[in-house]
Design a protein around this ligand. Structure first.
Ligand code: PMP
Length: 451
């Protein structure tokens, strides 16, 4: 391998990084990761770190998952590609379809449409929602509602329903017909309501008001993450998502659960929606479906939606969407092996146990460090610390300070993710108790460095 300086220099002159300023890789060269093992990674300088980011919330089974690697290699050997566009299919995707159908049966989801990742899945789900209404003769239902602080990927439909200005303003004007309601985020919300249950009711009232304002007959779908992820790990009060489900049912609006992060165990259950006892009409998945080893995703389709499409005799239900890599056999082989490992190791239970440990740990850090304004978690391995420069006024943290916390935590042997004012912890679900303890210790050192 080339040495660290060579790699850094060539990175800066040849690569633009997602979610970064192009000039930044010169000023702040990114960390170069060269190896992974279990829940840990090794950088180009030989530093070993616990990966408390879990890749990008996707490497649930860690970096050494041999059955997945072997399945990918075997599939590459036998059939590296064949499309499943109308007229052909491949055996790997059929096996996966059956497995997903069984896995998501408790969520009422009976069909899969395959994609290359989360943004693709969101795009497909939003398209299918409009098409569903057209098939039913309600072609006026074209609008989408979503939550502020939601993240739904980077395609233009997804960006249009995203609830974070950082991912929108550069690309405006986005899709017309997309409207946002306040998120049930007790630490900061326009109602100044800190009680999660009361806040959930206020947000539901805002949703109901928006439905009435737009006209229910113009709305195709409401899309939400069952636990807001990239927006800073915000679990809603248990009454929120059932309330959304009820409003959607009452007004003929489809509910899309964006479970790109939460499906497959990360939240301590197999899906985020199950925490709240809700069956969505459509569910987006990606990330952990292949543990990050292959770009892949699936939109799961609920029984009632599937029936409408499949009963159509007018031709309106013909799906005019598909990616070259929809149904990629290597992705399918990776996903089959992942699903088997995910269930064999019952990773959701370890996610719940280690998640509880991390949540307790960050609560202790908040008691100790004035800079921590809020901590959130309690649902599997999704935990966040929101940093502030003044706890009393909740004034935001500056980039340099949170960057310094990140660096000092890194130097203490743990990779964490900074997202706006939040430090996000989303380690592999195979994390050990010792590793979880080390994450808290390293964060303690990181926070102490800026005290
Ligand atoms: N939806 C959610 C909830 C996500 O968290 C993400 C990615 N973090 C996406 C969609 C987009 O997925 P991808 O980056 O794989 O396109």
């Amino acid at each position: 391998m080339k040495d660290a300086n060579f790699l850094k220099e060539h990175n800066a002159r040849s690569i633009w990084h997602p979610m970064a300023h192009p000039a930044d890789s010169q000023a702040n060269p990114p960390d170069i990761i060269v190896e992974g093992e279990g829940a840990q990674i090794i950088d180009v300088d030989g530093n070993r770190l616990i990966d408390a980011v879990g890749g990008l919330w996707n490497v649930n089974l860690g970096y050494s998952c041999a059955p997945v690697k072997q399945a990918i290699a075997a599939q590459l050997d036998r059939l590296p590609f064949y499309s499943i566009f109308r007229g052909t299919t491949n055996d790997a995707i059929i096996e996966l379809g059956e497995m997903l159908r069984a896995f998501f049966a408790p969520d009422g989801l009976t069909r899969a449409f395959f994609t290359s990742g989360g943004s693709d899945s969101v795009e497909i789900a939003l398209r299918l929602a409009r098409q569903y209404h057209k098939v039913r003769g309600q072609g006026g239902r074209v609008k989408y509602l979503s939550l502020k602080k939601g993240y739904h990927g980077t395609h233009t439909l997804g960006a249009s329903v995203n609830g974070n200005a950082n991912f929108r303003t550069q690309y405006e004007p986005l899709m017309p017909g997309c409207f946002h309601i306040p998120a049930p985020y007790p630490y900061r919300n326009p109602f100044n309501e800190t009680d999660p249950q009361k806040l959930a009711q206020l947000c539901l009232a805002a949703l109901e008001d928006e439905i009435a304002f737009q006209g229910a007959e113009t709305i195709a779908a409401f899309i939400m993450e069952p636990i807001l992820g990239a927006g800073g790990v915000i679990p809603p009060h248990p009454s929120f998502m059932p309330g959304v489900r009820e409003l959607c049912d009452r007004h003929g609006i489809l509910l899309i659960a964006d479970e790109v992060i939460t499906a497959f165990g990360r939240s301590g259950d197999w899906t985020g929606s199950r925490h709240w006892g809700v069956q969505p009409d459509l569910m987006t998945t990606a990330k952990a479906i292949t543990n990050g080893y292959f770009p892949f995703g699936a939109v799961m389709i609920g029984g009632a939606v599937a029936e409408v499409f499949e009963a159509d005799t007018t031709g309106k239900a013909a799906i005019g969407s598909g990616y070259t890599y929809s149904g990629h056999p290597v992705g399918a082989a990776a996903a089959i092996a992942c699903l088997k490992e995910t269930e064999r190791l019952n990773v959701k239970d370890n996610a719940a146990a280690r998640g509880a440990q991390l949540f307790e740990g960050v609560q202790a850090l908040m008691a100790k460090h004035e800079i921590v304004g809020d901590v959130r978690g309690g649902h599997g391995l999704m935990t966040a610390l929101e940093l502030v420069s003044d706890r009393a006024t909740k004034t935001g943290i500056d980039k340099a300070t949170i960057g310094a916390v990140h660096r000092a935590t890194y130097e203490s042997g743990v990779m964490v993710r900074v997202s706006g004012p939040n430090i996000i912890l989303s380690p592999p679900l195979i994390l050990s108790e010792t590793e979880a303890a080390k994450i808290i210790d390293a964060l303690d050192a990181g926070l102490s460095a800026v005290a």
